[in-house]
Each structure stands twice: as C-alpha cells, then as structure tokens.
Design a binder for this molecule. Structure first.
Ligand SMILES: [Fe+2]
Length: 295
C-alpha cells in the first residue's frame, strides 16, 4: 500500500501529524508509550533470556555473545527467536499498541517478521555501523519497519539509535565491500553522500518506542557508560510486501499475519534492490560481519 493510501485510512493510535512525520522523516519516537508496570514485567522476561545464555559458550544463530561472556558474568550482543521463548514477548508483537502502530504506518494487513533483543551491555557493548535494514531482507516493496522499545532509560553515553532523517527517500546502498564480501554496513565512500552529519540520536526514558522505515540509514555507537541499553527490536512488514530471500531469524511466528487479512495481490515497487547473501544455511551476526569492515 502506498503512503498516501495509508494516510487516507483512519489511524488506530497515531495522530495524522505523527504519521506524516514518519513518512517524511523515516522515523518516529513515542516517549514513555509503554506503562512502567509492563516494562518491569518485560525486564523479568529479559532476565530469563539472560539466564538461558549462561550455559552458552559460543555464539550461535540465537545467542550472539559479547567478548568476555561467561556463566557468572553474561555479556550479550543479541538474542534472537525470543518470541518462541516467552509468551509475554510474543504477545507484545502479536497484539498490543505496537501492533496497532504498525497498522497506522504499514496499512491494515500486517505480518510479523522477527523479534530480538539488542543488549548493548554496559562497559563497551558493541555499536552498529550505518546500514539500511531493507538490504538485509529485500521485499517487493519497502513497506517494512522496525520498532525499538527501550527497557531502560537511554541517554547519549549509552549508544542510542541514531537515524539520518529523510534518508529513506534516497538510494538503497550496497552493503558489500570492495572485495564483494558482505559487511552488513554502508561503505565510508558512500557515507559522504548519505548525510551522516545530519544524524540524530533517539534517546528516551524506559518505555519509549521508536520506529524506523526499512530504508532509513541508522546505526549506533558503542556503550561506554556503566548502564546497559537493552532494546526489544520488533520487525513487521505490510502483508503485500513479499520477501524473496531467506529470513535471518525464522522463528515459529515468522510471517504470521498479526492484523488484517491475507492479501490477494503482491504490491511491487520499481526498486533497485541489492541482494544479501544466501542465509538458508543459517544467519550469523551483523556484529561479526561489521567487525571485519575496516573503519
Ligand atoms: Fe538495523
């Protein structure tokens, strides 16, 4: 569905100026959207996920370990497939105010793609280089978006998400290096035209929700503070945006229709869409791919 058609529909949660801001800037922040009591409950779910990681000794498709991880002192970069671990986490994706906001910006028919937790541990938690999500999961149109829900207060020192406003209207960049190796990041030579100097940080209190368009260029710095920065990261697509590559995190809920009805047509946009590697043998890690990219 085209943005103008979405804007002509009645919204469930957002007001019209918020939706217009999203389509114009490629992101939106909603401060303290989720009640603190629910954040406390979600933190418990997070603690359970961390406890599961204690027995993990090496990174795998589900657990992406930060350097120094151990049973006694867990340090995590990312845990995926968490919608299959905890019912409350899946409920947040399947039927919540976040699902309603997805309808407001994607259209009435919405699919769940994945949910993972980015931890950005205190004392050096990994940053993420500039990239566009659509380069990781091409669709027949760009109607996909990613929500980040802060489980703790996030200030500048913790390495908040940074976005380049309006960059979703520009090109979709290659995420391969000069040797044609996948790096999961935009190369420095392309960044000069991408407007990095205009990037803004999305800080906010616990319970703050941000959403960014799949073509918006974004990244984040390392967390050198003494406070963690755990984020729930939920990705949805419009049901008529059809993916044509293997998903990185095919949980049992991948592709589930969470709002609306099954479409009878795919929406195709004319796009010059770069392709990621074939991950049918298993996705590894954005952090590992980006680590091998020289700054
Ligand atoms: Fe991303």
């Amino acid at each position: 569905m085209r943005p103008e058609d979405i804007l002509n529909r009645k919204a469930l949660t957002l007001n019209q100026s918020q939706r217009q801001f999203y389509f114009e800037k490629g992101y939106l922040t909603l401060h303290k959207l989720i009640d603190f009591s629910q954040i406390v409950s979600l933190r418990k779910a997070l603690d359970s996920v961390v406890d599961l990681s204690r027995e993990v000794v090496g990174s795998n498709q589900q657990f992406d370990l930060e350097h120094g991880h151990s049973n006694e002192t867990p340090r995590l970069r990312r845990v995926a497939f968490v919608d299959d671990i905890d019912d409350e986490l899946w409920s947040l994706c399947d039927n919540s105010i976040i699902t309603d906001i997805a309808v407001d910006i994607l259209g009435p028919d919405v699919r769940f793609r994945d949910l993972f937790i980015n931890f950005k541990w205190a004392g050096g938690g990994a940053g993420v280089k500039w990239h566009q999500d659509i380069a990781f999961y091409p669709h027949t149109n760009v109607g996909t978006c990613q929500f980040l829900l802060s489980l703790e207060d996030v200030e500048s020192a913790q390495g908040p998400l940074q976005v380049i406003p309006g960059s979703h209207k520009g090109p979709i960049y290659r995420h391969y290096d000069a040797l044609d190796e996948w790096r999961g990041a935009i190369l420095d030579q392309d960044l000069s035209t991408a407007g990095v100097d205009n990037a803004i940080e999305l800080t906010g209190e616990a319970g703050t929700l941000s959403v960014h368009h799949s073509c918006t260029i974004h990244g984040s710095a390392q967390n050198m503070s003494t406070l963690g920065r755990p984020m729930l990261v939920i990705t949805y697509s419009a049901a008529d945006a059809i993916p044509y590559t293997t998903p990185p995190y095919p949980s049992s809920h991948y592709g589930a229709l969470v709002r609306g009805i099954q479409p009878r047509y795919a929406h195709h946009e004319e796009l010059n869409m770069p392709l990621p590697p074939d991950w049918s043998g298993g996705y590894t890690s954005i952090f590992t791919h980006q680590d091998s990219l020289k700054d």
